[in-house]
Unconditional design. Structure first.
Length: 279
């Protein structure tokens, strides 16, 4: 189904279980996103993949942390995903390259450990997102000491995602005058219980590996953003669960990248930050 048809089906589904008013508020919280999985023949979403070589425009400098090269973790082909994303980000964004300081894989350089001790795991210095126009991007070999992971092409199944159960975004939802104290205290859990009792909702993203949509943080409800900033002003870019083909090592945590919503709409990916959880 196309985005508008899916959103309409989702609205009807929620209205049958929650009533028209609450369903309307709930659908406003829904964000377009993609469930990521290893692609079969002919299923890849353009150049979207885990690992491989970066897709950068010529003369684009490789992202560094204090002179040490970051590692290419993933590429999202926004041109291939754009029909579902609408106005989430500017037209013509092209490709997004996701970099991070590799300290956990079998091929990481020992020098990365010193930097890991210097910076927090969500410091902007240890993770970068670099955009490249599709018509100009070329596969780029990494510098020495940067980890290179075997490429795994991604299929991207579109849908609409809701916030994590404990996300503060649920506080904006008006549950109506009949909601009891427990429902108001935990609105996300209350709504999820009503929606998961029965058939699967239209457009649900059945994966822990997600592009866009909403992040899921096992140890908390919101991304770890710079001190003093409001996590509700950030938009999710990519979540990797740390399992399967793209497990990098460490404690099997979840890797995320987030960006201030105003920067996303302006196409300023220099403000994107890593927001890992128990990585």
């Amino acid at each position: 189904m196309d985005p508008e048809t899916t959103r309409s089906a989702l609205r009807d589904f929620c209205a049958d279980r929650l009533g028209t008013d609450l369903a309307a508020g709930l659908v406003r919280l829904a964000r377009p996103g993609f469930a990521l999985a290893e692609a079969g023949p002919g299923e890849a979403a353009g150049h979207s993949r885990f690992g491989g070589r970066a897709m950068l425009e010529p003369d684009t400098p490789w992202p560094m942390c204090d002179g040490f090269p970051l590692s290419l973790i993933a590429v999202l082909d926004i041109d291939a995903l754009a029909p579902w994303l609408g106005d989430v980000l500017p037209a013509g964004t092209g490709l997004l390259n996701f970099f991070y300081l590799d300290t956990d894989s079998e091929q990481c350089d020992p020098a990365s450990f010193e930097l890991a001790l210097k910076y927090d795991s969500f410091a902007p210095q240890v993770g970068k997102v670099v955009a490249a126009r599709s018509a100009h991007a070329v596969e780029t070999n990494p510098p020495a000491r940067s980890s290179v992971f075997d490429p795994v092409p991604w299929a991207a199944t579109p849908g609409f995602d809701f916030p994590d159960t404990w996300d503060p975004a649920w506080r904006a939802l008006d549950l109506g005058p009949e909601a009891d104290h427990m429902a108001r205290a935990m609105p996300g859990q209350h709504v999820e219980e009503l929606l998961t009792d029965g058939p699967k909702r239209p457009g649900a993203l059945a994966s822990e590996d997600i592009a866009f949509g909403w992040p899921k943080f096992p140890t908390g409800s919101s991304p770890m953003v710079p001190w003093g900033e409001d996590p509700t002003t950030y938009h999710h870019l990519l979540q990797l669960s740390g399992q399967g083909e793209w497990y990098l090592g460490g404690d099997g945590g979840w890797m995320h990248w987030s960006i201030p919503t105003d920067a996303l709409r302006a196409g300023d990916f220099s403000r994107a930050i890593p927001t890992p959880d128990i990585w």
